[in-house]
Design a protein around this ligand. Sequence first.
Ligand SMILES: *[C@@H]1O[C@H](CO)[C@@H](O)[C@H](O)[C@H]1NC(C)=O
Ligand SMILES: *[C@@H]1O[C@H](CO)[C@@H](O)[C@H](O)[C@H]1NC(C)=O
Ligand SMILES: *[C@@H]1O[C@H](CO)[C@@H](O)[C@H](O)[C@H]1NC(C)=O
Ligand SMILES: *[C@@H]1O[C@H](CO)[C@@H](O)[C@H](O)[C@H]1NC(C)=O
Length: 505
Amino acid sequence: MRPYRAVVLLFQFYPLLLLLQSVSSFPHKIIPRLSPHNKQALILRNPDDVISTSAISSKDFKTFFYKQTLDHFNYAPQSYATFRQRYVVNSKYWGGPTSNSPIFAYLGAEEPLDDDVGFIGFLDDNAPHFKSLSVYIEHRYYGKSVPFGSMEAAMKNDTLRGYFSSTQALADYAEILLHVKHKFSAHYSPIIVIGGSYGGKLASWFRLKYPHIALGALASSAPVLYFDNITPQNGYYSIVTKDFKEASKNCYQTIKKSWAEIDKVASKPNGLSILSQRFKTCSRLNNSSELKDFLDTMYAVAAQYNHPPKYPVTMVCKGIDGAPVGTDIIGRIFAGVVSYRGKRTCYDTNAYNQPSETSVGWQWQTCSEIVMPIGRGENDTMFPAYPFDLNEFIKSCKDLYGVSPRPHWITTYYGGHDIKLVLNRFGSNIIFSNGLRDPYSSGGVLEDLSESIVAVTTPKGSHCLDILHSAKTDPDWLIMQRKKEVEIIDGWLKTYYADLQTLNK
Ligand SMILES: *[C@@H]1O[C@H](CO)[C@@H](O)[C@H](O)[C@H]1NC(C)=O
Ligand SMILES: *[C@@H]1O[C@H](CO)[C@@H](O)[C@H](O)[C@H]1NC(C)=O
Ligand SMILES: *[C@@H]1O[C@H](CO)[C@@H](O)[C@H](O)[C@H]1NC(C)=O
Ligand SMILES: *[C@@H]1O[C@H](CO)[C@@H](O)[C@H](O)[C@H]1NC(C)=O
């Protein structure tokens, strides 16, 4: 999940789908979107580390399409309709069925699978160690797994839109994983499911709902507790604020003061022209919100993907703090933009704001099922107040789609309230991993819930860092985090193989 407007950075190469209303007109546009990776953030790591997005077409990966059931939960004739769902397999390191070698399955999230295969390194990086088969499955309604042709057609049709849910997606994964086991004659091969962000939620929920299919789950940066009132509304933006404050107190204060300063300049007779010039915007600002929304998202993206070795929050603050003595607040904020986004002839304030397949799909998901109440109050973050108003949210979703969101369905179906009390004696084999600088860690599981439902946290970590490809520049704490996760999974497998032997399988 990434900030609502942060998508373009990564999805520029997808055809722009101008569907429904543009994201920017949606009232709750500040709710950040989840996503395990951010192409720009990766490029910032180190040019040598950039993984080709064409990994999916490398010879190690074989692409398959599964004839998937449209509606798993209904026996009316129209439910039996099918669509093609994409999955990709790498069997290069697999030990094969005779040794019951494991299957590691990446559960796709709210984007096409193409990038994931290149970016999500945990499966293939560890495949030689586990002798595992790597399987990557695309989430329904994204990429090449859209029912009935195009995303545009599927999302326009309110009957088809109704089949776009996490519960259907988990059932898809169950069918495909059983199919893969059958195809590879791997009946007793244990399956470990892995996901990041929204996909991390899916991985943990899958283990709880389908224990007969997945032996365990690695749920990276999964804010499974950002529902109802379990997590305070301002959790997300409080951590963004904390990240900036920790990077530099002066930088934090400059940003905090800047919103009023922007409003002040904007209210002058030529204010919007002055701001357009000072921020070198690519087109003239129509109002100060365009600028403030852009900055708002830029800070959130920097915090969420605050990856080593460059640490985008530090980059922004270096610009703000490093501006020449005497530079005013507006000048410092612009220096932060330049430091992070690089020297450009102009700065596109709509950069985070372009419609894409992900923005269209995720808007529906958050307007139906994945209702995360993310907001912020007066003076509790470095941002202007923007409380989450459930009634207003429901109304705006209803205006868009004609149906009301179900804000309590996630906790009804998957749980979340009193999670320690509930999972202390139910369920097993889940790793909840979080980087504590990731704003979404505010809604994550940060303490062990039982002996085998455990939290692995890193104080300096950011969003989904542990499941990305390892890199030469990885700091020790990240290497240790991944090592710990591998050891925990090794433990699950060892117990499983002992059980197999005891039961003479
Ligand atoms: C929605 O899609 C279904 C399946 O293709 C089709 O039967 C139905 O007529 C469509 N409805 C509309 C309003 O286009
Ligand atoms: C101002 O509005 C026009 C027309 O809607 C649009 O093309 C332009 O991009 C807007 N300016 C900014 C900075 O977004
Ligand atoms: C600012 O201008 C844009 C482009 O004209 C418009 O879409 C948006 O609703 C405006 N925002 C406010 C708060 O007026
Ligand atoms: C927020 O902070 C400002 C400036 O310190 C103060 O004037 C205002 O009363 C505060 N608002 C609340 C609700 O505490």
